[in-house]
Unconditional design. Structure first.
Length: 150
């Protein structure tokens, strides 16, 4: 009977440990631990007021619609480029497609740059120094053109 009690206690302890791990794993992913979105970082670091946030949201809308359109164009050019792998190589066509991709990337970077110049214009004089500090971190803050990695 002593062995039986030992095994029952052991099974109960193992079940409790498993349940604790499940709770820790699922409960450990609270919303407070997610990294802040770039919008939140910019609003916080520049200390934007409500009127500025409303105008900033308009700037974001312009930026997203233009950047998304340019990203779709890049994807279409790439699709056409890689579809050409199934046919006879045409160096003139390949050069034209890669030039189009490069130009679209250049235009996309201009859209990003304009987005931040618009944000700078949104800032009051007392926020300009915060913007200068923020501008040093922009490459880290926006390190990709697509969705964040999982």
């Amino acid at each position: 009977m002593n062995k039986m009690k030992f095994y029952i206690v052991l099974v109960i302890v193992l079940l409790l440990i498993n349940m604790a791990l499940v709770v820790f794993y699922v409960g450990g992913r609270s919303e407070g631990k997610r990294p802040p979105k770039p919008r939140e970082v910019i609003i916080d670091r520049l200390k934007l007021d409500d009127d500025q946030v409303a105008r900033y949201d308009e700037i974001i809308h312009w930026h997203r619609s233009n950047a998304d359109a340019k990203l779709r164009a890049i994807q279409q050019y790439k699709s056409r480029l890689y579809a050409s792998l199934n046919g006879t190589p045409d160096s003139a066509g390949i050069n034209a497609l890669t030039d189009s991709i490069a130009l679209a990337h250049k235009q996309l970077e201009y859209i990003h740059y304009k987005h931040f110049t618009d944000i700078r214009q949104l800032c009051r004089p007392d926020q300009q120094e915060a913007f200068r500090k923020l501008s040093r971190d922009l490459a880290k803050l926006f390190h990709g053109n697509g969705p964040p990695p999982r």
